[in-house]
Design a protein around this ligand. Structure first.
Ligand code: MCA
Ligand code: AMP
Length: 507
């Protein structure tokens, strides 16, 4: 899924103090495709995993994989080795592309797997070759998402899905060639990949990359000289807005005034990936002059529901269905709860909660090599079950929560409690455990673990346990609160009652 542009001289990417035009990007992507193809005519959906920092190299590798007919598998640059190995095993990737910074981390692993290992700038030559012709139904990307199973699942999107996911946003949020977007998000999730990078580039705008999030760097970006005839665009998760506000509050008044003035000139600011607290929305509006546009999405569907670009952006609500996206709310029996004949449209007084179902070209193809999970995720008539419960209030959807306590949202990341429990149970001191998300202003939810210890009389060294967990799990999945209990609260069926467990952390 790459796009051609009338003017190849326009700036596509700014990163590490360098500027790259669309012409540079297209040429570099073709070279990467030729490199990947070697002497083949088509990668035929072979999986190509890549661990590359956000920037020009990331995009040229991603586009190169697509041009060559491969399936891109972006790896998180901060995950520990076991988490990376899981993705390599699960996708059966037979090519691994890395930036020089990750070569030592992954070289031995690639050798052991007998897979092709390409270090950018080292194992590359400038090649040109004929590229395959791809049909839109071909698989394009696999992103890993945590869910109600203990291990992350690969979400497969096709070129047609990516086309639909980007097309609807381009229309709804008025992206244009004048956009200059800042990317501070990780590029192994939809928020960064689709909403920030792909949509901006598809519109012919410019994406500027920060290697990772820093509040000061974001404010510096707003204050820096604007490119001529450009409109700044900023998208982030609520935790980032919380952190920006906290940093802003520490700055001297003259600096605050300058930042506020610079932010007012921005075209669009969006929040998503987790619920935006009304307090954060209001404080941000006071600081920046922008009423954040909150929208709702998911790895499996891209974006589905959004507050309007023009019109009322209602606090605490996720908005209305995006163009081309079908939305229904259904009860436990699968019956529509809206008292409205046409799904997704509003009538006053239509407020019964239901699970959000989604249908449209934006919806993913399958969970990679998990036909049972894929089947379970859809209704018999093809609607994707999100697991999110919402209510429609005079035309705007509001999220009430999820239908599973095993899913936690922290820092905008979706985390499976079951995955963390599985790892904790392998620790020699842990006899049993249960992991929950505790409400938290900064992170949305904070990961917390209740533990039944093998030796209840020996005090738990939580620092040691955290260090051990960090070797196996990404930092954002490591519990921040621990509680030792003699037993876990359970219902008559023996299942841990997580809603009873959560308040115990306050005692
Ligand atoms: C990091 N820390 C945490 C957490 N994460 N503590 C508690 N809970 C957490 N979740 C700790 C670290 O261990 C570290 O502590 C300290 O915070 C700083 O870590 P660092 O990684 O540098 O944090 P950060 O850079 O401040 O990261 C915060 C972040 C990041 C920028 C908000 O979490 C982030 O990029 N989130 C966005 C994720 C995203 O893109 N999600 C979209 C997926 P110590 O020093 O003690 O180690 S959802 C999606 O794509 C759908 C489609 C959608 O709707 O958008
Ligand atoms: P992920 O699977 O990582 O793509 O996360 C998708 C999930 O994030 C959704 O199923 C929702 O639970 C949550 N989410 C995304 N946007 C919002 C939002 N604006 N408000 C509340 N929850 C959201």
């Amino acid at each position: 899924m790459i796009w051609s542009f009338p003017d190849p001289t326009r700036t596509a990417i700014l990163a590490n103090g360098q500027s790259y035009s669309f012409g540079d990007l297209q040429q570099a992507s073709r070279h990467m495709a030729a490199q990947l193809l070697a002497n083949q005519s088509d990668l035929n959906e072979r999986r190509v995993a890549f661990m590359v920092e956000p920037g020009f190299d990331y995009v040229r590798v991603q586009w190169g994989i697509w041009l060559a007919g491969g399936v891109g598998v972006p790896l998180c640059t901060t995950h520990p080795l076991p988490a990376i190995q899981y993705v390599l095993d699960d996708t059966g990737a037979d090519v691994l592309v890395v930036s020089p910074a990750f070569a030592n981390l992954l070289r031995d692993d690639a050798t052991r797997r007998h897979i092709r290992f390409i270090v950018l700038g080292e194992d590359e030559t400038s090649l040109e070759t004929l590229l395959p012709t791809l049909t839109p139904d071909r698989r394009a990307m696999i992103l890993y998402t945590s869910g109600t199973t203990n291990l992350p699942k690969g979400v497969v999107t096709t070129h047609a899905n990516l086309d639909a996911q980007t097309a609807t946003l381009l229309k709804a949020w008025s992206y244009s060639t004048c956009d200059h977007a800042l990317c501070v998000l990780p590029l192994h999730h939809v928020h960064g990949i689709v909403n920030v990078v792909s949509c901006t580039l598809r519109a012919g705008g410019t994406v500027e990359f920060l290697s990772n999030f820093s509040a000061q760097a974001v404010f510096d970006w707003f204050r820096a000289n604007q490119l001529p005839n450009r409109d700044r665009v900023f998208m982030a998760v609520p935790t980032i807005y919380f952190k920006l506000i906290a940093h802003f509050d520490t700055l001297p008044p003259d600096e605050q005034t300058a930042i506020t003035g610079a932010m007012r000139a921005c075209r669009l600011m969006v929040s998503g990936s987790a619920a935006l607290p009304v307090s954060v929305m209001e404080r941000w509006e006071a600081i920046s002059g922008h009423r954040l546009l909150e929208r709702y999405g998911m790895t499996e569907i891209g974006m589905a529901i959004s507050n309007p670009y023009m019109g009322e952006r209602r606090a605490g609500h996720i908005g209305q269905p995006l163009p081309g996206v079908g939305i229904r709310l259904v009860d436990d029996a699968g019956l529509d709860v809206q008292d409205d004949a046409s799904p997704g449209e509003s009538t006053p007084g239509d407020a019964s909660p239901g699970e959000i179902l989604v249908k449209g070209d934006n919806v993913f193809l399958e969970y990679w090599q998990r036909p049972d999970a894929t089947e379970a995720a859809f209704t018999p008539d093809g609607w994707f079950r999100t697991g999110d419960v919402a209510v429609l209030e005079t035309g705007y959807y509001r999220i009430l929560g999820r239908n599973s306590t095993d899913i936690i949202k922290s820092g905008g990341y979706k985390i499976s409690a079951l995955e963390i429990e599985e790892v904790l149970r392998t620790h020699p001191l842990v006899a049993d455990c249960s992991v929950v998300g505790l409400p938290n202003d900064e992170w949305g939810e904070l990961v917390a673990a209740a533990l039944v210890l093998q030796h209840p009389n020996t005090p738990l060294d939580t620092a040691q346990l955290s260090t051990w967990l960090r070797e196996q799990l990404p930092a954002y999945k490591v519990p921040r609160r621990f509680l030792a209990l003699p037993d876990l609260p359970r219902n008559a069926m023996g299942k841990v009652t997580k809603n009873d467990l959560k308040p115990m952390f306050n005692d």
